[in-house]
Design a protein around this ligand. Sequence first.
Ligand SMILES: [Mg+2]
Length: 155
Amino acid sequence: MEPPFPAVVFDLDGTLTSPGTTRPAPGVVALVEALHARGVPLALATSAGTATARRVLGDLGVLGCFTSVAGRGADGLHRGKDAVVGEALLGLGITDTPAGAVLVGDSPADLEAALAHGLVPVGVTWGGGRPDALRDAGAHLVLEHPDELWSLGAS
Ligand SMILES: [Mg+2]
């Protein structure tokens, strides 16, 4: 069976975790595990340090689900979400974004980076963002619960 998405890129803070914490947002671990189980290549793109991001994913129990983890490097430089999403995609071996690949994030900057890379921009409300602000930033879909992502997938 074909994976329901060619790839999914996740933001970390406010998307996988409740904003400003390292606790998982409700329902999100189950979504990540289900996507992984169905063969969807997963990447993380965060402005947090890469080592920190890997530790948080490990604490959530989903590090093994992610093929690619991109964040702020050891030099401490954050080159912007756009660059980090590009790096996350390269980590999946993607240089030409396939149709239907998705980015899930809680901020307008996430959605703008998604559009810049040809990813379907999906906003989430549990990071505290307003749905209308997310739509204004280009969100194709705004999730109130992680399971709503499946409405986009091919079966
Ligand atoms: Mg965020």
